[in-house]
Ligand binder design. Structure first.
Ligand code: FCB
Length: 480
């Protein structure tokens, strides 16, 4: 729920955009990002197996209003029309994930060719519309059959994931050039195994530590599997969640140290092993000691992989204070609601400068590859009135996010793309259908799509890349 209205100083809705598309290079990726479970629906169609999210959403009280994504936005059946809209907006790229249990119903073993066919058609449909497809191998929907074998807490997952990645690469690698291995490992590991608020809903320190180490290994092993199976020139990346962190009481030694530890855990934990630097646990000896229980000789080398790009995913900043109650990191986040700052429907502070600050932080690693903002966006309440959704706050956020990416570029940081989260409103995990992030509104009763004002603004910004979308269908018509 948004409780505070945005203060007037926050991007007046009519503010002119102080830059244009021409300020970005011609090959900059202006995309939208999605994830299979949040949009596809068709949860049992054509041989798909169950995933941990199918199971988790059946557990009473886990999801807002006990909602689920068995239908979601029905993307499985409506992908062509949705991609028409993406093209109509003038986007150049479309990021999606493959549902592991659609392709391999049991996670390993026999391939469900009808499931794989769906991604074939989806890739072709992107290409027909001049949208470059970006494929995420794993965006949180583990096959339930693999959870029954221990899921991320079982070290075998490193091989399961690598095999699955390779299968996708062999099948789609002739047409998909951009790949990401994992979506935000710290989120699915932490929220799924320590906090219990995401699937598989565990609250177990050992499961968390095991899952964290296995995800870091799978990230690198998945990268190697993809590179081995893909044609030369394919781009292999992975994504990281991150938030710019500041101490609650600047100058206070406890809060400053807590902020450094939170930074290690939330922002650096999966990045540094990939660079061959090991886990950033220097200031958390207990965590270091516990994590070592799950490591085997040779793992440090296995954790390293030279990704072609890192996907940076940023939504907010966080304020950190020392906490005596959380003995791993001795740090806690101060919720935006208690800080007298504007915040979104997710309770996240509206702070687009975090994008620039995090790009800067990641680019500062000596061997950092090029960066791509693979997710950025904001949830605000929307009202559909007479075929229109006026969403000035989302429009302003998008504009500010692009501005922060441009600011980083102007300082020489290699950031080559921005993916708006997300194309259409969709199922927002534990928050169900509450928060709306889309550039396009979805009426969940009728599945009717309406391009929001933010989407219209973006189409204008992107500058009429397409006059007509598909033969005979004018972009204007698609905009409704
Ligand atoms: C990110 C997830 C994405 C979406 C956004 C709001 O953490 O990667 O699936 O839920 O948050």
């Amino acid at each position: 729920m948004i409780l505070d209205p945005l203060p007037p100083a926050f991007f007046p809705p009519s503010a002119p955009t102080p830059f244009s598309r021409a300020d970005f290079p011609a090959d900059f990726h202006f995309g939208a990002a999605t994830a299979a479970y949040q949009i596809e629906g068709a949860w049992q169609a054509q041989g798909k197996g169950p995933s941990i999210w199918d199971d988790f959403t059946r557990r009473p009280g886990r999801i807002r209003h006990d909602e689920h994504a068995r239908v979601a936005t029905d993307f499985f059946h409506r992908y062509e029309a949705d991609l028409d809209l993406a093209q109509g907006l003038g986007l150049t790229d479309f990021r999606f994930s493959a549902a592991w249990a659609r392709v391999l119903p049991a996670g390993t073993g026999p391939v469900n060719s009808r499931g794989l066919d769906f991604y074939d058609r989806l890739v072709d449909a992107c290409l027909e519309r001049d949208l470059r497809p970006w494929l995420t191998v794993y965006h949180w929907d583990l096959p339930a059959a693999l959870q029954a074998r221990g899921g991320w807490a079982n070290r075998d997952i490193v091989g399961w994931l690598a095999d699955y990645a390779q299968l996708l690469a062999r099948h789609l690698g002739d047409r998909v050039q951009h790949w990401t291995v994992l979506n935000e490992p710290m989120v699915f590991v932490g929220a799924g195994h320590l906090l219990g608020v995401h699937a598989p809903g565990r609250r177990h320190l050992g499961a968390f530590l095991a899952a964290a180490h296995h995800a870091a290994l799978a990230q690198a092993e998945g990268g190697r599997a993809l590179r081995a199976a893909l044609p030369a020139g394919a781009q292999v990346g992975t994504t990281f969640s991150c938030s710019y962190l500041t101490p609650h009481r600047p100058g206070n030694a406890y809060d400053e140290a807590a902020t450094r530890r939170a930074d290690a855990l939330l922002n650096r934990f999966f990045v540094e092993p990939a660079l061959g630097l090991g886990y950033p646990t220097q200031e958390m000896p207990a965590l270091r000691w516990l994590l070592e229980r799950y490591q085997r000789p040779g793992d440090e080398a296995r954790l390293a992989f030279d990704f072609d790009f890192w996907g940076i995913q940023n939504y907010t900043r966080e304020v950190v204070k020392f906490s005596p109650f959380l003995p791993l990191q001795w740090a806690a986040l101060v919720p935006a609601k208690r800080r007298n700052v504007p915040y979104t429907d997710m309770g996240w502070e509206v702070y687009p400068e975090s994008i620039y600050l995090m790009l800067k932080q990641f680019a500062a690693y000596p061997n950092a590859p090029r960066l791509v903002l693979t997710e950025s966006g904001a949830a605000f309440p929307d009202t559909l009135r007479q075929g229109r959704v006026a969403d000035p706050a989302r429009r302003a956020y998008l504009q500010a996010a692009l501005g922060q990416a441009l600011r980083a570029r102007r300082e020489g940081i290699r950031v080559d793309g921005h993916f708006a989260w997300t194309l259409t409103d969709n199922f927002e995990w534990a928050e169900g259908y509450g928060p709306r992030f889309g550039l396009i509104h979805v009426d969940y009763e009728t599945q009717q799509r309406t391009v929001k004002d933010s989407g219209r603004w973006y189409r204008d910004f992107l500058g009429g890349r397409v006059a007509a979308t598909r033969p005979g269908v004018a972009a204007e018509q698609l905009m409704g």
